[in-house]
Each structure stands twice: as structure tokens, then as C-alpha cells.
Design a protein around this ligand. Structure first.
Ligand SMILES: [Zn+2]
Length: 1029
């Protein structure tokens, strides 16, 4: 999946001060320590979990509904489950049942084990008592009641919707049954917005079991039949446990391993009114008539809202889809259409070919709409781009890009895209940026449609999203993470490839600067205590925890680590290793990737990929490398770069860092780069005495920050003042980024930061300049929100004295070079937002030309946002933009107009836009997060937005579920610029009052950490700023 805010990245502030202080809770009780404490379990109950090295034991005991023998097991379960539900934060422990697979035979316990066993028993019994006396047993009355009786505690099973005990009590499904094929028939009614379905699931029994448990949500099951082998099909009762979106069928006798069975379920449901499951959407066509359509969004866990299924990524199967629709629509699904039959009712039934590949449920997709398409044959695949009919002419760029990239990936991965067709579809109302459904990729219109005459920056955005989703057809679809804790194997790779493939195939799009920005962004997110490891080993089970994996650490840090690895390995190994990995197919864990890369080793004496990369993926955060030098002896020391408002926070994390460096005698060509492996806390590197300075982390391809010490920084600053080009532009940007980060950490003074920036008056390159502007504007915004008016004025004067000339010298005409466009828009957005006359005059002149020519005289795409924002400052301008917004069908332009409308400082308009966005209609609800983030940057907006979010929280999470990327974005944009104790307490109070409606989100912790850090930064730096600016 692509997050929808990529397009805003360039202009959004990278959160300047993110923050820290919530120590994770210690493990609750680790019953895993001694496997002999428990009897052996049925293999049915062993669910393969994240890390290949261990097994999670889920449901303890097969026939346990009537069992009384496993006392402490059931106590443990109750204990664990209750803890899971009570725990006020995400428990970092994997599970109380976590342990190695126990041997079936009894082994003689050692004395130590006995002691441990007795200790655990006592502990379990006493904690169970404590829990019993605590109010609010989460599970059934039966479960709680039992604990009260004199009999030993029984397994705590929840009650089904009909009152019967539900035969399963874990969020993860048992591994005893595997689906093989789904035969899915849906009949859609776009008038009543309902559908009926029949799902026929062919499955095999893996281990003897008396139950089949699968997912279903918001479906009304009307009939269920079950057939074993050649036996007669019989009607069966389906039990449902709604809180966990599961249904189950119980059997009196064991289903035997190896048996083949068929479960057939008939059901009805409403089309969803949110953005997931099988949902309805609408748009107005060019005549103004409302057109309806239905589309799907299943990732991560919404396939269960369209059909009952084993909705976990490792349960791969084949799918055959049939959809019945009214004439006047077309249907699309993952596979090509096989046939269409006219039914007696006059409705048409489209049948698609059965999928030729095994795939995870979250990749299934179907659409019923009146779209039209453009197509092209690429190798053996028919590539099509679909849109609403009136936007057909905006589909060509996507078709060209997809065709070229499909060929690139086919060749590079040495595995052809396996399906005969690949559709890219622009959906009018769609929440994610895009979704990689196999063979049927869905997009927001703004992520796919672009006119041929649009700005190269608009095209860059489309190409980015297309490249990301196409890469998923291999990384994600062909090879899928076993569970969501390793989501980075999908998203880190797709993000890595989106940049890498475009840099190779579309060099004119100049993706290098964006990719550098991605690394900086990932570091900001990962520098606080609430961050998490890329490969998450702690609990990722609830829907909220799964949703929260879709974040910057998974996407951007994942991609950054892959870049670091590729630039460390000898030529060819990375590609060869990835081809090995892809050929393994099916479902993987992170360790499989390292193994594949190790197998591809080309040199005999090489660093172990696994040893190195585990230090990066299994622990959160990243290192700070400090350099100190005595003549030819260079000492490198590493520590955790952790921003924390509490000095006592300390971690002993160590990384295996491939430190790269260049020196004054050879500093910019790739051949100058040398490498040193820093594995320990401290190590010494020898250089020639004549070396004047070292610059570490060449081109910033490594995921670490470097501190050169006072002397080291001074010599580097001198070198840059003498000759800017002594370092590459990315190295210059890296120095600017690092010194701001060090100032946040309190290791350098703001005076040193300004001293480095002095060189920038000679800077003309995009990467260092945009980095400097972004850092300065973050500081500016914070000061502005604190109403430090004198400092705000001085900061403005500082920016103008350093960059004013460059701002004024920008040309406002058409421009082709992407990196010049990136620089120009960054400079002018800053200039106009500071009210620099030259900028606002030019912007108004362009705006007048545009309106006077009836919008035929185009504003260059990269300048639209700045021009519209200036125009929106006046009442008249705002109103004419609002009209333009309502009539525009040109998506990228429309979005920029919306940002301008939302940048208003008029309180009444602010309130109106926010409610219009929540309502949907004039402003689509999918745009609400964008509206909120734009408003939060402005002074008037940010207070109103916070109130709005508080007051409308329940309606907001109806549209954007707790944990989802949009909600993460909303929390971040509304709170990340607070820097006072009052705001801290208010934010804390609000979120803790939400309880299960959001209080446990990681983004809430991050928000609180950020405010504390902002506060700390202000305390530390206001005096310096007053002195030095
Ligand atoms: Zn993705």
C-alpha cells in the first residue's frame, strides 16, 4: 500500500523535534522460559509466528472445552489474555505462551526446572487470584464464574453471538486447516447498496481437529453446508465471535489430517460506507449526474468484510470470482474475464479465470463501475489504465510509465510478472495512495492521472506511486511476509524499488533528492523512544497494532536499510541475493532474506549479512557515531541516537555499522569512498597524518548520524567555505541534517548550526538548500506558534539575508529540470509564506493572468500551490478559488487549490472547511487529513484544528480507523507543534480519556514525546537564539 501523503512530503515540515520517554512495559510473565512447565500440546494449536526461531503456542489444548486437567495452562491463558486486554500499552512481550516447541515425550525435569516450574505455578496462581479480584473480567461469565467455583479454572472461551461458547480464543487463527481454493460469487445491488454472496472454500486438514475457525466481519451468514471428501454435504451451525471478527464450525468427531473438505457459506451484507472492505463510492460526471460504483480495499484485514475467509497473509490460496451486476457497468478483478452470462433476471454474471497463482486474501480485489481504459501489450501482459470516462485523456502517462517499469522489473528480477493482465485503476474516492492488489492495482485519482502537459513534478509523483505498486507485484504479492510484524519486507522493498527503478529507468525525474529526504524523514521518526524495530518482535495482533505497522519506520527506514546494505555489499551480491529470495516464493520472515543474501556471497572473507543486518532490524533506533582524532589515529564511538526529555534514558544498543568515509585529498567521486566496519562501542581507524579532514557517511547512504567534535566541525566548515564543491551536494545536505539533529540532542550549540549555515550563501544545489530551508522553517513554525514575535521577526530577517537573493532570482516561467523545480518551489513557498514582497507580487501577477484568461493561461505546476496560497489570503481570491475548486476536474491542480483554501487564516472559513471535509461532498472526506495538516502549519489553523479533532474524534475514527495511517497523520499534524506544559497535559488528558478508542496508539506516545522535546528544545535554545539571531 502507498500512503497518500507522499505528495506532500516535500512541502510538509519534517517534524523537527520528535521525541521520548515512555519506557516500554517489561514483559508481563514469560512462561516461555521453561517448556517442561506445561504438558505437550496438540500440533493443532501451534501457530507459526513472526520469528522463525520460535513458535507461539496459541490455544493450548485441543479438546479443552471439557478438559479439567490442564489447570495451569488455563490459568496461564486467562492470565495472559486478561493481561493482553488490560495492558495499558502495547506489551512488548510476544506472548505469555511463547516458547520452543515442546517435545511430546516426558523428559525428566532437572532440579532447576522443577524450581522454576514451582515458582511459575505459584506466580500464576497468585496472579490469577489478583486478576479474579480485579473487576471487569474480559471474557465470558462462564470463564469468570468458573474461577469462582472450587473446580480448577477452565479455559476462558468467549461467548458466540448466539450465547454458545465460541471454540477458539485467540486473535490468530489455528493452523489446523488450510484453505486451498475459494470459489466466490457475489451479486451486487447498487441501488440498495447491498450484496449477497456465496463462498465455497476447499480446504485440507493439516492436523486432527474438531473445529474450523475463520474470519468474517459484518456479514450475515444465512446458510452453511459442509462436506468431507466424497461424503454427502450437510448443513452446519456457524458460531460467530464478533469482537474478533471470527466464525467457527465445531464437529463432534475429529476431522482427520489429510482430509479434503468443502465449506459453503451463503450470506448478505451492506456495501461499506467507509474506505475498506467492499465499499461504495460515487462521483459526479460531467453532466453533474451522480454516478455510483463499488470497489474493494482489503489490506490489511478487510477481505473478511466481503467474504468469509482465512484472512491472514500466510493462508495463500487460489480464487475464482464471479460477480453479478446490472448492464451499464463493467467489472474488474485480479484475473482476466473468462465469460459473461445473461441471467433470467436480466442481470449479467461476469466470471473471471481462476487465479493462476496462490495469493493472500488481502490482495484479492474487484470493482464494479462504468470506467473506460487505454491498453498496451508488454511482453505477455496486457497493461490497462482505467478511469472515469471524462478523465481518459489523463491516463496515458501512467500507461507509458507502467509499461516501461514492468519490463524493467521483469528483466531485473529474472522472474516474469506471472499474470496475463495488469490493470491500474483510478478510483474517485479512495483513502490510501494506492493498493497493489495482484493484477488490479487501485489508486487515488491524484496518484495516477496526469495530463501530458503537466509539471515534471506532478509526473514524478505518479511515477513514484506506479513504481512502488509494480514492485509489490514481486515484493509482497509473489513473496509475502508471513505476518504483519515483518511488513517491512513488503513496504521497505516497494519503497526502495520505487526510487531505485526510477533512478535507472527515468533519470530525468531525478529521484535522488527525494530518496535522501526519505532517509532524513525516517531518522526523525526513529529517533524517539516510541519508535519500534523494523522487524517487530513484540505483539502485533490486534487490528490497531497491525494498522500501526504501516508507518514511516516500516516504509522509509526499511528502504533506507536496503540502500545501506546494497551500497555495502560487493557488486552483484544484492541483486543475486534478491533473486534467490524471490525464487523461494510464498511466505517469508526477515531471516529468509538475510539467508538468501548470504547464499549469494561473492567474496570468500565477507561480513555476515545476517550478523550485520539483525542489529538494524531487530532493535529500534539508529546510532550516532562520534569521531575524535589524534594525528593519524581516528577513534570512532557509537551510541544510540535517542532524543529524550529525560537524561536518565539510556540504552546499550550496539549496531554493526558499515562506516564509509572520504577525506580532503579525495572527497567527491564514488571511488574515493572507503569503508570501515564498526561493530563495537569504540574502534580505531588509521589515516595518514597529512589528512586534513574526514567526512563520514558518504552520500548519506548509511542510516546513522555523525558528530565530528568541535574541531572536526570547524575544519569541515572551513573546507566548505573555501570550496563548496569539495563535497557532493548530498554530503553537504547530510552535514546540515546532522548538525540540526545534534543540536536537538544537545550536543552542539545553535551557534554551531548557524556557523555551518554561513557557507550556504554560496550554495546553489537543491539537496542542501531544501534541507536547510526545511530545518529552518520547522524552527520558525515552532517560534511562531509560541508567539515569540521578536524571534520570529529575527528569524525571518536571517532567512532573507541568507537566501533572499536566491529567492528573488527565481524564474517564474516553465522549467523542465526536476531538481530546479524542487528548489524553486521550496524557495518560493518559504519566501511567500514569509510575505516577501517580490514573491507575493509575482504570485498575484500569475494568478491574475490565470483568472483573466479563464484559466487557460496555465500556472507552472510546481508554482500552483504557492500562487494559490497567496491568492487565498484575500476574501475575493479565496472565493474565486473555491469556485475553481468546485469546477476543476484536473486532479493535481484541484488538490493544490484545496491546500490553498485550507491555508486561510479566517477562523470562520477554517471551521467551515473542516466540517465540509468531515461531511464529504464538496470536499471529499479522503482529503480531510490533508486539510488538517495544511491548517496545522498556519497560526490560526493549528488551534482550531486541535479543537476540531477533539470534538469530532468519534466521527473521525469511523472514517479513518484507529491506528491507520491517516489517523497517525492527523495526530501528528495537530500536536507536533505544541511546546508548552499546558498543551502537553491537555493532549495527554484527551488521549487517555479515549481508552479503547485510540489511547493506546503508538502515535499518541510519539505525540507526547514530541511535545516534551519541543518544550525542552525551547528551554535550551531560546536564550541562545535571542543572543545569536
Ligand atoms: Zn506499498
Amino acid at each position: 500500500m502507498e500512503d497518500p501523503f507522499d505528495s506532500e512530503r516535500a512541502s510538509l515540515p519534517r517534524n523537527m523535534i520528535e521525541n521520548s520517554m515512555f519506557e516500554e512495559e517489561p514483559d508481563v510473565v514469560d512462561l516461555a522460559k521453561d517448556s517442561t512447565a506445561f504438558p505437550a500440546l496438540e500440533p493443532d494449536e501451534v501457530v507459526y509466528e513472526p520469528h522463525c526461531s520460535r513458535l507461539l503456542v496459541r490455544g493450548l489444548g485441543e479438546n479443552d472445552l471439557d478438559d479439567e486437567e490442564d489447570d495451569y495452562e488455563s490459568s496461564a491463558r486467562l492470565l495472559g489474555m486478561s493481561f493482553m486486554n488490560r495492558s495499558s500499552t502495547h506489551s512488548p512481550s510476544s506472548s505469555p505462551y511463547n516458547r520452543q516447541a515442546p517435545p511430546r515425550s516426558c523428559s525428566r525435569p532437572s532440579a532447576r526446572m522443577l524450581v522454576v516450574g514451582v515458582f511459575i505455578l505459584v506466580l500464576v496462581a497468585s496472579m490469577a487470584m489478583v486478576l479474579y479480584f480485579l473487576p471487569g473480567c474480559t471474557f465470558t461469565k462462564a470463564g469468570c464464574g468458573k474461577a469462582n467455583s472450587s473446580t480448577p479454572m477452565e479455559p476462558a472461551y468467549p461467548n458466540s453471538a448466539n450465547g454458545d461458547l465460541f471454540p477458539w480464543n485467540e486473535l490468530r487463527l489455528p493452523a489446523s486447516v488450510r484453505p486451498v481454493n475459494y470459489d466466490l460469487s457475489l451479486t451486487l445491488n447498487l441501488t440498495s447498496m447491498t450484496f449477497t454472496g456465496r463462498t465455497v472454500i476447499n480446504m485440507t486438514i493439516q492436523h486432527n481437529t474438531k473445529r474450523i475457525v475463520l474470519h468474517s466481519s459484518e456479514l450475515i451468514i444465512t446458510k452453511a453446508t459442509f462436506q468431507v471428501g466424497e461424503d454427502k454435504s450437510v448443513e452446519v451451525k456457524v458460531l460467530e465471535y464478533k469482537p474478533w471478527q471470527q466464525i467457527a464450525v465445531s464437529f463432534p468427531e475429529d476431522l482427520k489430517a489429510g482430509q479434503v473438505c468443502v465449506l459453503t457459506l451463503d450470506y448478505t451484507a451492506n456495501l461499506s460506507h467507509t474506505y475498506d472492505g467492499f465499499y461504495n463510492s460515487s462521483y459526479n460526471d460531467k453532466t453533474g449526474a451522480k454516478r455510483v460504483l463499488a470497489a474493494t480495499q482489503f489490506e490489511p484485514q478487510a477481505a473478511r468484510k466481503a467474504f468469509p475467509c482465512f484472512d491472514e497473509p500466510a493462508f495463500k490460496a487460489t480464487f475464482l470470482v464471479r460477480i453479478t451486476r446490472e448492464p451499464g457497468y463493467i467489472t474488474l478483478s485480479n484475473m482476466p474475464q473468462a465469460k459473461t452470462t445473461t441471467l433470467p433476471s436480466g442481470l449479467l454474471e461476469d466470471e473471471f479465470e481462476q487465479t493462476s497463482v496462490n495469493m493472500s486474501t488481502y490482495l484479492v480485489a474487484f470493482i464494479v463501475a462504468n470506467f473506460t481504459s487505454v491498453t498496451r501489450n508488454v511482453s505477455n501482459t496486457l497493461v490497462s489504465v482505467y478511469s472515469v470516462p471524462e478523465k481518459k485523456e489523463h491516463t496515458h502517462y501512467a500507461l507509458d510509465t507502467a509499461s516501461k517499469l514492468l519490463q524493467f522489473y521483469n528483466t531485473f528480477f529474472e522472474i516474469d510478472y506471472p499474470l496475463r493482465k495488469l490493470d491500474l485503476v483510478a478510483i474517485p474516492d479512495f483513502l490510501a495512495g494506492a493498493m497493489e492488489n495482484w493484477g488490479l492495482i487501485t489508486f487515488r485519482e491524484t496518484s495516477l492521472l496526469v495530463g501530458n502537459q503537466s509539471s515534471p513534478l506532478d509526473k514524478q509523483l505518479i511515477a513514484n506511486v506506479v513504481a512502488h505498486e509494480l514492485a509489490h507485484q514481486w515484493f509482497g504479492n509473489l513473496v509475502t511476509m508471513r505476518w504483519w510484524n515483518d511488513l517491512w519486507l513488503n513496504e521497505g522493498f516497494a519503497t526502495y524499488w520505487q526510487y531505485t527503478s526510477l533512478m535507472t529507468e527515468f533519470p530525468q525525474l531525478e529521484l535522488g533528492n527525494s530518496f535522501l529526504g526519505v532517509r532524513f524523514k525516517a531518522m526523525a521518526k526513529d529517533s524517539v523512544n516510541s519508535s519500534h524495530p523494523v522487524s517487530e518482535s513484540s505483539q502485533v495482533t490486534t487490528p490497531e497494532q497491525v494498522s500501526e505497522m504501516f508507518d514511516s519506520v516500516t516504509y522509509e527506514k526499511g528502504a533506507s536499510l536496503l540502500l545501506m546494505l546494497n551500497s555495502t555489499l560487493p557488486d552483484g551480491q544484492f541483486r543475486k541475493g534478491l533473486i534467490n529470495y524471490l525464487n523461494k516464493g510464498s511466505n517469508t520472515v526477515t531471516e529468509d532474506l538475510w539467508n538468501s543474501l548470504t547464499q549469494a556471497q561473492v567474496l570468500p572473507q565477507q561480513e555476515s549479512v545476517s550478523d550485520m543486518m539483525r542489529t538494524w532490524t531487530l532493535q529500534k533506533g539508529f546510532p550516532l557515531v562520534t569521531v575524535s582524532r589524534k594525528a593519524g589515529q581516528v577513534t570512532l564511538t557509537q551510541e544510540h541516537f535517542l532524543l529524550s526529555a529525560d537524561n536518565a534514558t539510556y540504552t546499550s544498543s550496539l549496531w554493526h555499522i558499515p562506516v564509509t568515509y572520504v577525506n580532503d585529498s579525495c572527497s567527491s567521486a564514488p571511488s574515493c569512498r572507503q569503508i570501515f566496519h564498526l561493530r563495537n562501542k569504540t574502534a580505531t581507524l588509521k589515516v595518514s597524518d597529512s589528512v586534513k579532514w574526514l567526512k563520514l557517511n558518504y552520500m548519506n547512504t548509511g542510516f546513522y548520524i555523525v558528530h565530528y567534535g568541535d574541531e572536526g566541525w570547524a575544519t569541515l566548515i572551513d573546507a566548505l567555505k573555501t570550496d563548496v564543491n569539495t563535497l557532493t551536494p548530498h554530503d553537504r545536505a547530510s552535514l546540515i541534517h546532522n548538525i540540526f539533529a545534534l543540536s536537538r540532542l544537545g550536543r552542539v550549540s545553535f551557534r554551531q548550526v548557524l556557523s555551518l549555515l554561513d557557507y550556504a550563501t554560496n550554495e546553489t544545489e537543491t539537496a542542501p538548500l531544501t534541507e536547510a530551508l526545511s530545518q529552518l522553517s520547522s524552527v520558525y513554525r515552532l517560534l511562531n506558534k509560541r508567539q515569540e514575535l521578536r524571534l520570529v521577526a529575527r528569524m525571518k530577517a536571517y532567512v532573507c539575508s541568507h537566501f533572499g537573493q536566491l529567492m528573488d532570482s527565481q524564474d517564474w516561467g516553465e522549467e523542465e529540470s526536476v531538481s530546479r523545480l524542487e528548489l524553486r518551489s521550496a524557495l518560493l513557498e518559504m519566501a511567500c509564506s514569509l510575505g516577501r514582497q517580490n514573491c507575493t507580487d509575482q504570485a498575484m501577477a500569475l494568478y491574475d493572468q490565470w483568472t483573466n484568461s479563464n484559466q487557460t493561461k496555465q500556472i507552472p505546476g510546481d508554482l500552483q500551490r504557492v500562487v494559490f496560497s497567496v491568492a487565498a489570503k484575500s476574501d475575493l481570491g479565496w472565493r474565486s478559488l473555491m469556485e475553481a475548486y468546485s469546477s476543476s476536474t484536473y486532479d493535481s491542480e484541484k488538490r493544490k487549490i484545496l491546500q490553498a483554501l485550507a491555508s486561510t487564516q479566517d477562523p470562520q472559513i477554517i471551521v467551515w472547511i473542516l466540517s465540509a471535509g468531515l461531511e464529504g461532498g464538496i470536499i471529499q472526506t479522503q482529503e480531510l487529513p490533508l486539510v488538517i495538516s495544511t491548517m496545522s502549519d498556519g497560526f490560526a489553523g493549528h488551534l482550531f484544528v486541535w479543537d476540531f479533532v477533539k470534538e469530532n474524534w468519534d466521527r473521525i475514527i469511523e472514517k479513518f480507523p484507529v491506528g491507520s495511517y491517516p489517523i497517525q497523520s492527523i495526530i501528528k499534524s495537530t500536536t507536533s507543534q505544541f511546546s508548552t506544559q499546558t498543551h502537553l497535559e491537555e493532549v495527554q488528558g484527551f488521549f487517555s480519556s479515549l481508552k479503547e478508542r485510540g489511547s493506546q496508539m503508538r502515535s499518541v506516545q510519539e505525540a507526547l514525546e514530541t511535545i516534551e522535546l519541543n518544550q525542552l528544545w525551547m528551554d535550551r535554545n531560546l536564550p541562545t537564539l535571542r543572543h545569536w539571531l
